[in-house]
Design a binder for this molecule. Structure first.
Ligand code: MG
Length: 289
């Protein structure tokens, strides 16, 4: 299933994509009011959704894509978004050469209030940075609580997958030593458009990933190129830290970020960033003009 969180008028709600429409689910036949509530309910939630969709008497409301404002599938994130750094060999090399290829997983976080949805405007932050950069990434959403998760069991803890743009102010990332400020400016974490349940993703480690800026291809790779795969990331993170339903983990970006070009191709006012991942859809965001 492809879940969507969205806004109609002043009302925030969620639903699921069915053909060309989005069927609203919030509160229907005892379903939770938001998608995070559903993920927290665990296995039973997806069964309930299936039953509601098959029940002809349920008559849920549905909307076309242009009747809604897209939100991030999880508009309110419980804690910082966990991100893997330099997880594609060619990206590590473009950032600092062979010596930048990590031997252990590198993890940083983005603040929760960076999150925006598909087609939402990204602020330019021109007073702080002229080095705003895109990073197209596959993101994992955790589906159940776990600690000390083994490599073998790791994918059982996944609810689904989505697309995430880890937008970064390169000057602030470098200046402040730790990445937090450079990764946490408001609106610098577009997520969506869908949260796709794991049963619809045959092999998350074999998905084409492409980033275009104003129709020009900048990143073109495959999730098979990750240095640390998804089970390794989940297992490593959960060794001493409990993972919670709704946790978001961004798995790193391939080569072709703006900083990697000579001269660099940082984002400019009005630029349109389009990230496509096979099976997951297309995430589009435009910079403030
Ligand atoms: Mg990143």
């Amino acid at each position: 299933m492809k879940f969507v969180s969205f806004q109609v008028g002043d009302r925030q709600t969620y639903g699921v994509k069915r053909d060309a429409r989005i069927v609203e689910l919030a509160g229907l036949h005892g379903l939770p009011q938001d998608l995070l509530g559903g993920i927290e309910e665990g296995e039973g939630f997806l069964q309930k959704v299936k039953r509601v969709l098959q029940d002809d008497s349920a008559e849920p409301r549905s909307y076309s894509h242009n009747e809604i404002k897209w939100l991030s599938p999880l508009p309110k994130v419980k804690r910082n978004i966990m991100c893997v750094g330099k997880n594609y060999r060619d990206h590590a090399i473009e950032m600092g050469g062979e010596q930048d290829i990590p031997k252990d997983i590198m993890i940083f976080t983005k603040a929760t209030n960076t999150v925006v949805g598909h087609e939402e405007t990204v602020l330019h932050h021109g007073e702080m940075t002229e080095q705003l950069d895109y990073e197209g990434e596959l993101a994992v959403v955790i589906g159940k609580r776990g600690k000390g998760i083994s490599l073998e069991d790791a994918l059982e803890y996944v609810f689904g997958y989505t697309i995430l743009n880890d937008i970064t102010a390169r000057n602030l990332q470098k200046k402040h030593g730790q990445f937090f400020i450079g990764k946490s400016l408001d609106t610098t974490c577009p997520i969506g458009p869908y949260l796709v349940t794991k049963d619809e993703v045959v092999d998350p480690q074999n998905l084409k990933i492409t980033t275009r800026v104003n129709d020009e291809i900048r990143q073109s790779s495959n999730t098979s190129e990750m240095i640390f795969n998804i089970p390794t990331i989940i297992s490593t993170l959960s060794k001493g830290m409990t993972l919670e339903p709704g946790d978001i983990i961004a798995t790193g970006t391939p080569a072709g970020v703006g900083k990697g070009f000579k001269p660099p191709l940082f984002l400019k006012k009005g630029d349109r960033v389009v990230i496509e991942i096979e099976s997951l859809g297309i995430l589009t965001n435009q910079l403030q003009a």
